[in-house]
Design a protein around this ligand. Structure first.
Ligand code: PLP
Length: 409
């Protein structure tokens, strides 16, 4: 135990900066669901943010071969293996039509590190970041850590969770430096139509605002929806745009931890300096696996997309049939984001949940179904349900949820 004197000398045990970071709510739900399952409860988890498919075999084979190659047993350049940076530049040209040089690519330990480093590299204390909500739970933490100020721009189901240029303009101040843009979106599954991407990008150019565009779900779009990269829509943004991406969602490679950031050479150089002191190179075996993935075909993601599309329709059908639940049809990623606002304050099994956190806890307790409450995404009154789980579990889980919520009086 520290004596009062020692406490006086050293201040708080954990710094205010780090002490202020909350646990990732999505990971927490997933962990809790897994723990209950391990204890024998038949919990169905809708919390996971990862495909339930195996990594494609050629990618696994490339990693196995890489393990035996002594070249991969040593440190490699912090910015990434030169051949992987080249392959990512080529993949970007192939998928988005955007020409970038390998020197504009920084390979990171998952897309998450790319998010973190992008904000660390661009923000000074007091810089404001326009953050459309519902937002992915990691963004506000990554913005706040370097002293940035998230300025939330809320959207709801009435606009399909899309924000307009007018809303962004109303939130702009002289301190606005960055717009965070994420389409297809986690948590809503919303996909901005190409003309709206262009309008937002043009507005950013006009006002000298940087765009950090998180395109990690680029290949997971359904029906008529089309993903357009921000840089494809507005090439004039090239000098003030950072693109975030990775192999996790496209190739079912969440555990391999390979992502990247693409941006102007000076920003990438600065971010590489940061990474060289923070984590150095991403594991070489994972980089070799990612090289195989991004250089290869997109067959695996097309197969996953067909399955996700089928599950998406089923989930929306089942959720929409629950009185008090309204669920816009998600057009991308693998999440549904229904509003449960009408159910709050009603009686269910002797309880009267007043928030989506309380309602989600009730669902876990009585329906043995794990969902992430909207509080985690800056919008209380909603649930996020991932449909990256087996068809049968999906139907069983949503049916259980429907039975429970159907009791609301
Ligand atoms: C919107 C978004 N961006 C980035 C990531 C980061 O993915 P990873 O760090 O697994 O590459 C995720 C993961 O859930 C995400 O949903």
């Amino acid at each position: 135990m520290a004596t009062p004197d020692a406490e006086h000398r050293t201040g708080a045990r954990v710094s205010a900066r780090i002490g202020g970071i909350s646990e990732s709510a999505t990971l927490a739900v997933d962990t809790k669901a897994k723990a209950l399952r391990a204890a024998g409860r038949p919990v169905i988890g809708f919390g996971a943010g990862e495909p339930d498919f195996p990594t494609p075999q050629p990618v696994v084979d490339a990693a196995i071969a890489a393990c035996s190659d002594p070249r991969n047993h040593r440190y490699s350049p912090a910015a990434g293996l030169p051949e992987l940076r080249e392959a990512i530049a080529a993949k970007t040209r192939r998928d988005s039509g955007v020409v970038v040089q390998p020197g504009q690519v920084l390979v990171t330990n998952g897309g998450k590190q790319a998010v973190y480093q992008a904000f660390q590299t661009l923000l000074d204390p007091g810089d404001e970041v326009l953050l459309p909500a519902p937002y992915w739970t990691t963004y506000p933490e990554a913005i706040t850590l370097p002293g940035g100020v998230p300025v939330v721009v809320p959207a709801d189901e009435s606009t399909g969770y899309l924000v307009s240029v007018d809303q962004l303009e109303a939130a702009r101040t002289p301190r606005t430096k960055v717009l965070l843009f994420n389409s297809p979106s986690n948590p809503t599954g919303a996909v901005y139509p190409p003309e709206q991407v262009e309008a937002i990008g043009r507005w950013a150019v006009e006002h000298g605002i940087w765009v950090i565009t998180d395109e990690i779900y680029e290949h997971l779009v359904y029906g008529d929806a089309r993903h357009v990269s921000m840089l494809t829509a507005v090439p004039e943004l090239a000098d003030t745009c950072v693109v975030l991406n990775g192999v996790a969602k496209t190739y079912a490679m969440t555990g391999w931890r390979v992502g990247w950031m693409i941006g102007p050479a000076d920003v990438i150089k600065a971010a590489t300096n940061l990474q060289s002191h923070l984590s150095s190179n991403v594991a070489n075996v994972s980089q070799r696996a990612a090289l195989e993935a991004v250089s290869g075909p997109l067959d695996a993601v097309h197969e996953m997309r067909a399955a996700f599309d089928r599950r998406r329709r089923k989930m929306v059908e089942l959720l929409s049939a629950i009185p008090g639940v309204s669920c816009p049809v998600p057009q991308g990623a693998f999440y549904a984001y229904p509003s449960v606002k009408e159910l709050l304050g009603k009686e269910i099994r002797g309880a009267r949940p007043r928030t989506s956190v309380e309602l989600a806890a009730l669902a876990l307790e009585h329906a043995e179904v794990a969902v992430v409450p909207g509080e985690a995404f800056g919008t209380p009154g909603y649930f996020r349900l991932s449909y990256a789980l087996g068809d049968e579990d999906l139907v069983t889980g949503v049916t259980r949820l429907a039975e429970l919520l159907g009791e609301a009086r």
